[in-house]
Write a protein that binds this ligand. Structure first.
Ligand SMILES: C[S@@+](CC[C@H](N)C(=O)[O-])C[C@H]1O[C@@H](n2cnc3c(N)ncnc32)[C@H](O)[C@@H]1O
Length: 262
């Protein structure tokens, strides 16, 4: 009698996402890899973060570049935010939500809008999901992967109430400036996804990048920076640990706020 083969492992709805978007995989030749605004990293997860992912991922999270775990989509291929959030409400997207401190505080203070936090690194996604499981606001969902891919692929033009980009990677070396988020075609993509009157809010502690953001926003025809320069720090943007460190190091923080023209 031959032993029966073990049944194949079921991925199931509780599967934990891969730590890095597939396009950055070493198997993809360098020339075929897209230029990312983040550095792909693989970080081992401890048991707490693993548990957070396993618990809340199926309900509140989805992957941008893993076709086996897509978000709910409408028949026209757009993100089905009604199914994702269970209601129809204005949508705010945070790009690079890190550990999720800002999005949690802002969503809790703004219950009539929905917040989609997009982060390329698994530990941040896991930390945010853990905080949401521990009683965080109900109007937050979390996407793992490249926010620019998400915006281009699934977010219709003219649809977002706001886009937040708090402390995007500054890429200080000149040869890396091409990776900056608030720049050129990437900025045009962000602006195009905002509804008329929708707000782009970026903040950085890297002064040269802040100046570049101002210049890029001024050169983007879809956007209007009515302040004409930096905006005084809005009280509704929470101080994260990241900002605390910048302050402790004596680096001022700059806010750039612009509105999508009609
Ligand atoms: C310097 S950290 C700031 C994190 C957080 N906003 C804060 O204030 O603490 C920048 C984060 O943006 C993420 N990031 C950069 N480009 C991204 C993209 N295109 N899509 C998703 N996340 C991105 C990085 O993984 C990183 O976690």
């Amino acid at each position: 009698m031959t032993a029966r083969p073990a049944p194949p492992a079921e991925p199931g709805p509780r599967a934990v996402p891969e730590p890095a978007p597939p396009a950055d995989d070493a198997r993809v030749p360098p020339h075929a890899r897209p230029v990312r605004t983040f550095l792909p990293r693989r970080t081992a997860l401890g048991p707490t973060r693993r548990a957070a992912l396993a618990t809340l991922w199926p309900e509140r999270g989805f992957a941008v570049e893993d076709p086996t775990r897509p978000p709910p989509l409408r028949p026209d291929g757009a993100l089905d935010t009604e199914r994702l959030f269970g209601r129809v409400a204005p949508l705010v997207v945070e790009i690079g939500s890190g550990m999720g401190e800002a999005v949690r505080a802002m969503a809790a203070a703004d219950p009539d809008r929905d917040y989609l936090a997009v982060e390329a690194h698994v530990p941040g996604v896991a930390t945010l999901l853990g905080a949401l499981a521990a009683g965080g606001p109900r109007n937050v969902r979390v996407a793992l992967g490249d926010a620019l891919v998400l915006l281009a692929r699934w977010v219709p033009e003219g649809s977002l109430a706001a886009i937040h980009a708090f402390f995007p990677d500054p890429w200080p070396k000149a040869r890396h400036h091409k990776r900056r988020l608030v720049r050129g075609e990437r900025l045009t993509l962000l602006a195009s996804r905002l509804a008329p009157g929708g707000v782009l809010h970026a903040a950085t502690d890297w002064a040269p990048y802040a100046e570049e953001m101002l210049a890029e926003v001024a050169a983007e025809p879809l956007l209007d920076n009515s302040a004409g320069g930096f905006t005084p720090r809005p009280a509704h943007r929470p101080v994260t640990r990241f900002e605390e460190k910048a302050r402790a190091a004596g680096r001022p923080v700059f806010d750039v706020v612009a509105v999508r023209r009609p």
